[in-house]
Design a protein around this ligand. Structure first.
Ligand code: APR
Length: 173
């Protein structure tokens, strides 16, 4: 089974097959990690995204990485948190599953995820982390196409907390 890694830092600097962007449904850029990725990739990224014509929440689309060290960007549109009774959990899990599937369909072997929806979209960090870990772990158990999956946390606090949650989820504690 592929290895899951937890790292802290700026996802735009990773030289992997694909980095995942926490995008919005227009795919035309924004703040947070979306803004960082577009700044680092250069104007061709927005150009490529504008040709896609948007992406529904819970789904993902792929473009080249242009000036990024990553070869591709997978734009996943996470759910906005509305309290948890509007299918947010399933939509967030779908972002991870669809991103992995898209990477596999393109023969990619390494993928890096930010903490989708936990910033501007307000998803509670702990719950979003559990969904990310469980969804990725389950997908990797059912598919043998991925070699490395990176969970990239931006702040030290998020990195520490995610590691604790990962231990709980994988040691069954
Ligand atoms: N590298 C890795 N992670 C990052 C980076 C970075 N350079 N910058 C921010 N993050 C982290 C944030 O700390 C947060 O944990 O990405 C996570 C997701 O936060 P947001 O970027 O705010 O994304 P999200 O909550 O999914 O909201 C998406 O915000 O930027 C807009 O266009 C985007 O409308 C969309 C919405």
């Amino acid at each position: 089974m592929a290895k899951m890694h937890i790292i802290q830092g700026d996802i735009t600097r990773l030289q992997v097959d694909a980095i995942v962007n926490a995008a919005n449904s227009s795919l035309l850029g924004g703040g947070g990690v979306d803004g960082a990725i577009h700044r680092a990739a250069g104007p061709e990224l927005r150009e490529a995204c504008s040709k896609i014509g948007g992406c529904p929440t819970g789904e993902a689309r792929i473009t080249p990485g242009f000036r990024l060290p990553a070869r591709y960007v997978i734009h996943a549109v996470g759910p906005v948190w509305h309290g948890g009774k509007r299918g947010e959990a399933d939509l967030l899990a779908s972002c991870y599953r669809q991103s992995l599937q898209l990477a596999a369909d393109h023969g990619l072997r390494q993928i890096a995820f930010p903490a989708i929806s936990t910033g501007a979209y307000g998803y509670p960090f702990d719950e979003a982390s559990r969904i990310a870990i469980r969804t990725v772990r389950d997908w990797l158990q059912a598919h043998d196409k991925m070699e490395e999956v990176y969970f990239v946390l931006y702040s030290d606090a998020d990195y520490q907390r995610f590691q604790q949650i990962f231990q709980e989820e994988t040691q069954g504690r």
